[in-house]
Ligand binder design. Structure first.
Ligand code: SF4
Length: 279
């Protein structure tokens, strides 16, 4: 999930103080810490806390490979739908962008006479295909965190908490999605947890969401969906974006994100199309 935003590592009082200072500094500098913002607002200065904080999902679909694939299969005349967790280079090759929240709507709005290529997440793509009935070719990308959850690890935690419903993100594999009581976007996961009558809920997604759920919905117990290897489900890339690094980056105003204008413009068009179709 998620590189559309950043879940900062570093909870606790020190983290809260630092977050407050950081927000003040952000207002003062009029800067954003959100890479997508550079595409739709080129005059904004965009900084990243850590340039090495990549994303396995984005990296599973390099723009050069996608461009080559599209050239080799030009006869397919693909309508490319790109999930927002991808690079600016991939967005520049797409016809429209989607999020996990609006993917159904975007896929249903695709021209009926075009073949669809969905990139980069094959699991999210397969989930949308099941829901819309629209056939799509799927780029074979995955988020390394979400594919760590397995049927075995979810069955195990279910035995421990038999009354707790399981809510999972669609980037999880088919086997895990089949075991979940609800599969939905990050925002809808929050709504599900808020509205569910259950007092204990098993949450199967990147562990950063657990902080938000515990803060916004006190009084319920949120159990992190375990993986087969550990009990964390934490994205090592997201954890690289610490509050300290964000504060430092805002002080120095670097590392700054820059984009060639030609790429930015091509990447902006499919984002604007998504916004138009989402109305
Ligand atoms: S959890 Fe990490 S690897 Fe997965 S999509 Fe989000 S940023 Fe990328």
């Amino acid at each position: 999930m998620v590189s559309a935003g950043i879940n900062f590592a570093g909870p606790g009082r020190v983290g809260i103080d630092l977050a407050e200072e950081l927000l003040e500094l952000k207002r003062e500098r009029n800067a954003v810490i959100l890479a997508q913002a550079k595409i739709i607002n080129p005059t904004k200065r965009v900084i990243l806390p850590d340039l090495d904080a990549g994303c396995s999902l984005s990296e599973s679909c390099p723009p050069e490979k996608l461009a080559e694939f599209l050239t080799q299969r030009a006869d397919k005349n693909y309508y490319v739908i790109a999930y927002i967790n991808c690079s600016a280079g991939v967005k520049a090759l797409a016809d429209v962008i989607c999020t996990s929240g609006n993917a159904d709507k975007i896929v249903r709005a695709a021209p009926a006479d075009r073949n669809i290529l969905f990139v980069p997440d094959q699991n999210l793509g397969a989930w949308v295909m099941e829901r819309t009935g629209r056939k799509m070719d799927l780029w074979q990308g995955t988020c390394y965190v979400h594919v760590e959850f397995t049927a075995r690890s979810i069955n195990k935690i279910r035995e421990q908490y038999p009354d707790a419903p399981v809510v999972a993100h669609p980037e999880c594999t088919y086997a895990v999605r089949m075991l979940a009581d609800e599969v939905c976007s990050t925002e809808k996961m929050v709504t599900f947890c808020r509205e569910s009558a259950a007092r204990e809920i098993i949450v199967v997604t990147e562990a950063g969401l657990l902080h938000r759920l515990r803060k916004e919905i006190p009084g319920k117990k949120f159990i992190p969906g375990p993986t087969d290897n550990c009990f964390c489900g934490e994205c090592r890339f997201m954890k690289m974006n610490t509050l300290e690094k964000a504060y430092e980056a805002l002080l120095k105003m670097e590392p700054e994100i820059t984009l060639p204008e030609s790429v930015r413009k091509r990447a902006e068009a499919p984002i604007l199309r998504m916004l138009e179709l989402s109305k």
